[in-house]
Design a protein around this ligand. Sequence first.
Ligand code: TMP
Ligand code: ASP
Length: 237
Amino acid sequence: MTPLYEGKSKRLWATENPNTLRMEFKNDATAFNGEKKVSFENKGRFNNAISTLIYGMLEKQGVPTHFVREIDETNVEVKKVDILMVEVIVRNIAAGSFTKRTGIKEGHVFTQPIVEFSYKSDELGDPLINDDYIREMGLATPQDLAHLRSSALKVNDLLSEFFAKCGLKLVDFKLEYGRLGSDPSVIVLADEISPDGCRLWDLKTGEKMDKDRFRRDLGNVMEAYEEVLGRVKENLS
Ligand code: TMP
Ligand code: ASP
């Protein structure tokens, strides 16, 4: 069997249901647009467990997602969607590419969250784009974009509050959205929410508990992911 799609950290497989897919979390981790690549034992399992718990929490709070059910430790069933080629990034604290672009130091706390869009293109390295680019490139309508912005800010409120309970600061994160195959007028949250696509700092020590440990060679990458999973579990059951 071959997957319908293989990305850097996940594979998508067909199911017997024409409206759903099986999303498999791989152990591979990449950074800097695939330049740096390592496989971590258990990464797929940790990310699946974290993402599944968080998607459950978001659904309960009224955020529609692609999630259907957990199949096993590394697989979930998801609704078939057409992924929008716009990635939505929300930032609460300066870090990563924001610090490089602006010279503002890592750790600077914003007065209000910053919403950013990037063009989902590995070839171009997911460049930053704005509303006008998105309109002219036909990536989403202005109405869709307004929906993405308000949904991402709602997700930020829910996640910031939840991670605070877990003793973690939500510094920034990336979201992807898709149009339902069964009804393209409906846009739902898709992809995953895990330490691969969020920056999480320990509230007490400031220690990085996310993929920056891999990007910046800080060591104990899976120890941090496992700790995040433990705290998420503790606060959701
Ligand atoms: P950045 O500071 O590198 O732009 O990243 C912002 C957030 O987006 C950070 O939490 C990591 C996440 N992210 C992804 O999930 N995928 C990516 O390809 C990149 C560049 C960032
Ligand atoms: N996900 C991107 C890559 O695989 C970049 C990153 O997360 O740093 O290269």
